[in-house]
Design a protein. Structure first.
Length: 391
């Protein structure tokens, strides 16, 4: 436990972290990677280039300072980040390295304002927070490894099939290279894919939602091809253009907490934008096969028909369900956006709703759902990228 004095010192740094947090985390990553370039095999280079990882870490450090009196308040964020960590193979020995360079960055950015008292308090606080992460992640690793067909860290998978779903989304069907089956996973979870790309110095990691209901022998991911000059596009372009049936890639065990409660029978709605449809497919297929009489709505936004993945698959399931409705809006067409009126027509506000897509899309959808009277407990969401806060 932290002393009252340590907590007071940490709380006194809140205004400074609010102002200088991103500067601190930017210096932190730069210095840490210079000293430990091997860590570039774990971190997402695109998020680094775009400043997203720096902003996400700054938010986390700031939240820890604000809630230092009651760190239980940030436990949901710890669990969410821990899921990301275990899918990337973060280990206990990484935490002292992070701690060392985070404290050095605080000192470098704040200069004389970062007194020994402040640095010592943050060292103590970091130790407590790191121990919380290590403990949560250890439990996750043990669970992953002990389940049937489970493993921890990475395992070789073979690309069994590759299917084009739309003009910009392709599905990859992955089977364990050792001929074993895959572990069961919860609808909505994701895996990490780790790639060695010719000509690149470091490994590349990307997380992709599992885009079909759990099957015993395979995973499916459905990857949006980003533009060639987008930093996010390095991996997706390589997967689309270079990875073929029979190729072997490394895959992590399923993780993530944006999951469907498959046992419920209360009304449920899925609201997706663009490639945000991928975790919805796993959830929707599960509802269609496990509780087909559950009142269900599927609402999807895409640019146009050519960019709309899984349309026929969704329609096929809807046709077999007793109480399901499905609607798509194309932004290239007049009135082609999901409005409050459309949500009111499609979503049963007494049930639950799952939202996934680009951040502006989700902010709009969540605000509209709240305006219809839905509570935060009824609204579940996931966005792709580091754990940054939605406004």
């Amino acid at each position: 436990m932290l002393s009252t004095e340590t907590k007071a010192i940490i709380k006194s740094t809140v205004p400074v972290l609010e102002e200088h947090g991103t500067a601190i985390t930017t210096v932190f990553y730069k210095n840490m990677f210079e000293a430990h370039p091997e860590l570039l095999n774990i971190f997402n280079h695109a998020n680094q280039k775009q400043g997203r990882q720096q902003a996400a870490l700054a938010n986390t450090v700031y939240a820890a300072a604000v809630h230092i009196d009651n760190l239980e308040a940030i436990l949901p964020a710890v669990v969410q980040i821990a899921h990301k960590h275990v899918s990337l193979g973060i280990k206990p020995e990484h935490y002292p390295i992070v701690g060392e360079y985070l404290l050095k960055a605080i000192k470098e950015v704040l200069g004389d304002a970062a007194t020994d008292e402040i640095i010592n308090a943050w060292a103590e606080a970091y130790g407590v927070i790191a121990d919380a992460f290590i403990g949560v992640e250890q439990g996750m690793y043990e669970k992953m490894e002990s389940q049937e067909n489970g493993w921890k860290f990475f395992k070789n998978f073979t690309v069994a099939r590759k299917e084009k779903e739309s003009d910009n989304i392709t599905s990859f069907y992955l089977k364990p290279a050792d001929g074993s089956n895959v572990p069961a996973y919860e609808p909505g979870q994701y895996i990490s894919v780790r790639l060695t790309i010719p000509g690149e110095q470091h490994l590349f990691n990307r997380q992709y939602s599992l885009s079909q209901a759990a099957k015993s022998d395979e995973f499916r991911i459905s990857v949006k091809r980003e533009s060639d000059n987008d930093p996010n596009g390095r991996v997706s372009v390589y997967l689309h253009d270079e990875v073929n049936v029979g190729d072997v890639i490394e895959v992590s065990a399923p993780a993530g907490e944006f999951v469907l409660d498959a046992a419920k029978k209360s009304p449920v709605a899925f609201v997706s934008g663009g490639v945000g449809i991928t975790p919805m497919m796993s959830m929707f297929e599960t509802v269609a096969t496990v509780t087909p009489d559950r009142p269900t709505a599927f609402l999807h936004a895409a640019r146009n028909e050519s960019f709309h993945a899984f349309d026929k698959d969704i329609q096929k399931y809807v046709d077999t369900m007793d109480n399901a409705k499905y609607k798509t809006l194309y932004s290239d067409q007049p009135q082609g956006f999901i409005t409050r009126e459309v949500l009111e027509e499609m979503v049963d506000v007494t049930g639950e709703v799952y939202v996934c897509g680009p951040v502006p899309f989700m902010e709009s959808m969540i605000n509209e759902l709240r305006s219809l009277g839905m509570t935060d407990e009824q609204i579940h969401f996931e966005f792709f990228g580091p754990a940054v806060a939605l406004q």
